[in-house]
Design a protein around this ligand. Structure first.
Ligand SMILES: Nc1ncnc2c1ncn2[C@@H]1O[C@H](COP(=O)(O)OP(=O)(O)O)[C@@H](O)[C@H]1O
Ligand SMILES: [Mg+2]
Length: 285
């Protein structure tokens, strides 16, 4: 099966900073690929290149076998790639429903005069648009009032609306930039169910995420970036066992585990109990 997205030897430089320094990967239909790496590793920059917001310094990006290297973001969206942003990008002065409808307008077909004169054809198109937008809100599990302004929603619901907006463009490939950031445990579980549901539609998904539990559970393959460089590419099991990854990235989590152990030790002392031995690394990923 040929790849939906093919990224080869991608480089992006900002002056002296090599934000992306040789990234290659494929994504297929119905596949979940995670891109992980410490802050500043170049994950968002890579997304910005793929979705047409930044022009890479070198490399190639093919979507469904065609180069999208010099294609505008709006055209890339029409061809079937959608993305969400690390910092939400919703229209604050619009209702939830209008936010989703606006995303669909890129694909609406009525002509200029239909729009201007509000012809029956225009009204029918508008009604169909509202129904479809509502359908996407239902699909992502939005349970609030779709006539509220997005700023009136809790953060987790805003994130759902952003995913509904992306889906409303009928993507074949969806790029999610840290979709779980700021979500609580229950919301993260809901997000995982939603991402699987989107994958089951046959959509390819590229997921940037810091929550290792979520990544290891969801992703079929993982690409690891560090200082712009791709240091590993493999299944969750391979990535977990990769010494280079542990050193560069998961090593930082071991320090946190160490802090927790210290804390446990302190509590145990107060309770005058001996902490169970061999529990030190008990939280390893
Ligand atoms: N628009 C920009 N101008 C200059 N430097 C940038 C820009 N965007 C990102 N960078 C730099 O590129 C590197 C990678 O950043 P980013 O892609 O945001 O990392 P990540 O998403 O992995 O945290 C960082 O050193 C960052 O400061
Ligand atoms: Mg980022």
């Amino acid at each position: 099966m040929s790849a939906l997205l093919e990224v080869r030897d991608l480089h992006l430089r900002f002056g002296g900073v090599k934000a992306v320094d040789g990234l290659s990967f494929d994504v297929h239909e119905g596949e979940i690929l995670a891109v992980i790496g410490p802050n500043g590793a170049g994950k968002t920059s890579a997304f910005n290149c793929i979705s047409g917001f930044y022009r890479p310094t070198s490399g190639t990006i093919d979507f469904e076998g065609r180069s999208i290297m010099r294609v505008l973001p709006s055209t890339i969206t029409r061809r079937g790639m959608a993305r969400t942003f690390q910092n939400l990008r919703l229209f604050k002065e619009m209702t939830v429903l209008d936010n989703v409808k606006t995303a669909m307008h890129a694909n609406l077909r009525e002509g200029f005069f239909d729009t201007l004169l509000h012809t029956p054809r225009y009204r029918r198109a508008e009604e169909a648009c509202a129904r479809e937008a509502q359908g996407w809100l239902d699909f992502v599990g939005f349970e609030g009032d779709e006539q509220l302004y997005v700023t009136q929603l809790p953060y987790g619901e805003q994130r759902r609306v952003e995913i509904a907006r992306a889906l409303a463009t009928s993507p074949k490939l969806l790029l999610l930039d840290e979709p779980a950031a700021g979500l609580n445990y229950g919301e993260k579980q809901g997000l995982m169910r939603l991402i699987r549901k989107i994958r089951d539609l046959g959509v390819g998904i590229v997921l940037i995420e810091h929550d290792m539990g979520l990544v290891m559970d969801l992703a079929e393959r993982i690409v690891v970036l560090n200082y712009g460089k791709e240091i590993a590419d493999g299944t969750p099991a391979q990535i977990k066992a990769d010494p280079v990854v542990i050193e560069a990235y998961l090593g930082a989590e071991d320090d946190e585990a160490l802090d927790d152990t210290t804390l446990t030790g302190m509590v145990a002392t107060v309770d005058d109990e001996v902490p169970p031995s061999g529990d030190a690394g008990g939280r390893s990923a």
